[in-house]
Design a protein around this ligand. Structure first.
Ligand code: COA
Ligand code: AMP
Length: 629
């Protein structure tokens, strides 16, 4: 089968295409309705099918004779721990923890928030929630209490699961005080919190609310899998939008399982029994799809790595893991490879390892810049595949279907549309643009299985945020172009979302925090190029009249505020005082122009500008502060 043939079928006869792919999973009730509309008029897949995602990820493999194979390898250089779980062991651990949750009253449809580091128990907690037909919402451990509180208020969990600490290289971060602060701030209060105590920190327990994970598991009855409808939610994952309020992306059970199982072979060329490693975090969509669900649905072995590409202990960490476990496909963010390249440009550390089992390196999360592409390809002597996707889709929109027909990669391109994604490049009016011209990347409806059907509790936000701009299309928020061979080039966001070290962040949210400082009259936060992390946020602030302050002092206060509200992961480290901000006559800050200045690009002065003299002035200030590349 050629890529072209596979893709053509998926677009011309989507129902037949996905009905066939759905046969690859074991349904409790096989769907007869493949594609239908829900009460909001949104396309839904397999609406009358019944299944359970945790069953497919674990029990199914035990029943099919895969029980003694490794399902999960936990490798933690920061605690010097290595641990393996076979499919049987992982299923039993998940069933027990599901019993713990059940004893706390968790039932089908209830929400459970999981705020955990990269340990095996995070995966166990996620699958246990899925086993009960409940809905998990994992919050990345690098987020501060405020962010956790916002998510608790939106998801209204019955139970929160956390760990006593996370470990960031040599820093031990106590999670429990962060959870306590979040619950103090949130209006919604969970009934109980389950705490996994790690030896590095012993969490103080609140009597009547907090439960010790190990004690509860010791007394638990294993719980069975609860059948759910294909369209019932499996999880909510919050992601940054353009405002301070994160969007709860809803993922259904059935479409997700079918798409992910398909992707493991079609995109990643993985067979059951092989080892797949996504070096991400369970707090991000890559972690959900390709640390937890994808590899397990496909009967592969997944690696849960609690470490960094560098300094744990050195820039050979990735090669060590690939060598030790015979990883076949490695998936990580370009930032990770830039970090390795910076520390070990001649890849001296690679010489100690045998990477003969590693076949392909996949990258996503941010644009794969051609220098990083070439370095990785030449260093490893393996194909390097960029693929583009979003929390909203849960799997790649563009990529190289290496399990069907590997196309020749083009540096700077995430190759071609993946099966089911009918990608069009549109101008502002929604007209299709010719090849080579840059525009908004939109996906013609219906979206394939696994894509979000709504934003949790806010369908209107889903409609206005994604479906209204171009009727009949999903608007991705990314810009780019298609070349004459149909290859897609993603050039960056068209909104105020930025990507820092492969982490998606909202500059709008940072602006709301900066604007709250008593001395700040107005501000703009923009993402500028960063040689290591792809982008970094910077603040340009205008002080209130008559305020005389030390600019370094203000910068330190603003940096501390963003760190406290969003978390260290925001990487907000620079805030520069300016005399005025370039605006349109209607008062809108010209953020795109500011980004062009910072990136050292040519720019045209828009006719709508109110005060053209503000531009050379701001260019000079940004240049003086080392913010122009
Ligand atoms: N819990 C608590 N804090 C966290 C955290 C977590 N899970 N993850 C990151 N942080 C903190 C870091 O400790 C750091 O804090 P600091 O400002 O006190 O030093 C801050 O957030 C920024 O983290 P990060 O952007 O990861 O920078 P770093 O300098 O610690 O590491 C890299 C640099 C390149 C090694 C790292 O960014 C990396 O591994 N990037 C790849 C990212 C990735 O895989 N993304 C996957 C998305 S698909
Ligand atoms: P997230 O939802 O966190 O996965 O972030 C999604 C965003 O990351 C996309 O909208 C893109 O802006 C960016 N992104 C992800 N993968 C790529 C890629 N391969 N190339 C360019 N940008 C990417």
């Amino acid at each position: 089968m050629s890529y072209k043939e596979e893709y053509r079928k998926s677009i011309e006869t989507p129902e037949a295409f996905w009905a066939e792919k759905a046969e690859a999973i074991k349904w409790f009730k096989t769907p007869k309705t493949i594609l239908s509309k829900d009460e909001n008029g949104i396309d839904r897949w397999f609406a009358d099918g019944e299944m359970n995602t945790a069953y497919l990820a674990l029990d199914y493999h035990v029943e099919s004779g895969r029980g003694d194979q490794d399902a999960l390898i936990y490798d933690s250089p920061v605690t010097d721990t290595k641990q393996r779980y076979t499919y049987t062991q992982l299923r039993d651990a998940v069933a027990k923890f599901a019993g713990v949750l059940k004893a706390q009253g968790v039932e089908k449809g209830d929400r459970v928030v999981i705020y955990m580091p990269m340990i095996a128990e995070s995966v166990i907690a996620m699958l246990a929630v899925a086993r009960l037909g409940a809905i998990h919402s994992v919050v990345f451990g690098g987020f501060a209490p405020h962010e956790l509180a916002v998510r608790i208020d939106d998801a209204e969990p019955k139970v929160v699961v956390t760990s006593s600490c996370g470990i960031e290289i040599e820093k031990v971060i106590a999670y429990k005080p962060l959870l306590d602060e979040a619950i103090e701030k949130s209006a919604h209060k969970p009934d109980s919190c389950i705490i996994f105590q790690r030896p590095q920190v012993k969490a103080e327990m609140i009597a009547g609310r907090d439960i010790d994970w190990a004690e509860a598991v010791a007394n638990a009855e294993p719980a069975d899998c609860t059948p759910v409808k294909a369209t019932d939610p499996l999880y909510i994952l919050y992601t940054s939008g353009t405002t301070g309020k994160p969007k709860g992306v809803v993922r259904d059970n059935g479409g997700h399982a079918v798409a992910l199982k398909y992707s493991m072979k079609a995109i990643y060329n993985m067979e059951p029994g092989e080892v797949f490693w996504a070096a991400s975090d369970v707090g991000w969509v890559v972690g959900h799809s390709y640390i937890v669900y994808g590899p397990l649905l496909a009967g592969c072995t997944t690696v849960v790595y609690e470490g960094k590409p560098i300094r744990t202990p050195d820039a050979g960490a990735f090669w060590r893991v690939c060598n030790e476990y015979g990883v076949k496909s490695l998936f990580a963010a370009p930032t990770a490879f830039r970090a390795i390249k910076k520390e070990d440009p001649d890849s001296e550390l690679l010489k100690a390892y045998d990477l003969s089992k590693l076949e392909i390196v996949f990258m996503a999360g941010e644009r794969l810049d051609p220098p990083t592409y070439h370095w990785t390809k030449e260093t490893l002597g393996k194909p390097v595949i960029d693929h583009w996707w979003q929390t909203e889709t849960g799997w790649a929109i563009c990529g190289n279907l290496t399990g069907i027909e590997m196309l020749e990669p083009k540096p700077g391109s995430s190759t071609v549309p993946v099966s089911g994604f009918n990608i069009q490049i549109l101008d502002h009016e929604g007209n299709e643009l010719p090849n080579g011209e840059q525009g908004s990347i939109a996906i013609k409806l219906p979206l394939p299985p696994s894509c979000l059907p709504t934003v949790w509790g806010d369908f209107e936000r889903f409609r206005t945020g994604y479906l209204s701009e171009f009727p009949g299309y999903y608007c991705s928020g990314d810009g780019g172009y298609k070349d004459d061979d149909g290859y897609i080039f993603i050039m960056g966001r068209t909104d105020d979302v930025i990507n820092v070290a492969g982490h998606r962040l909202s500059t709008g949210e940072m602006e709301e925090i900066v604007a709250d400082h008593p001395s700040v009259a107005e501000c703009a936060v923009i993402g500028i190029n960063d040689p290591l992390k792809g982008q970094q946020p910077i603040g340009l602030v205008l002080l209130k009249n008559g305020i005389e302050v030390d600019e370094k002092q203000i910068e330190a206060e603003l940096v501390a505020m963003v760190r406290k509200e969003i978390g260290a992961v925001a990487c907000f480290r620079r805030a520069i005082v300016v005399q005025r901000l370039p605006k349109t006559r209607s008062g809108k800050i010209l953020r795109k122009l500011l980004r062009q200045i910072a990136d050292g690009h040519e720019y045209n002065i828009p006719s709508t500008i109110d005060d053209p003299a503000s531009l050379p002035e701001i260019e000079e200030i940004m240049g003086r502060n080392g913010l122009v590349s």
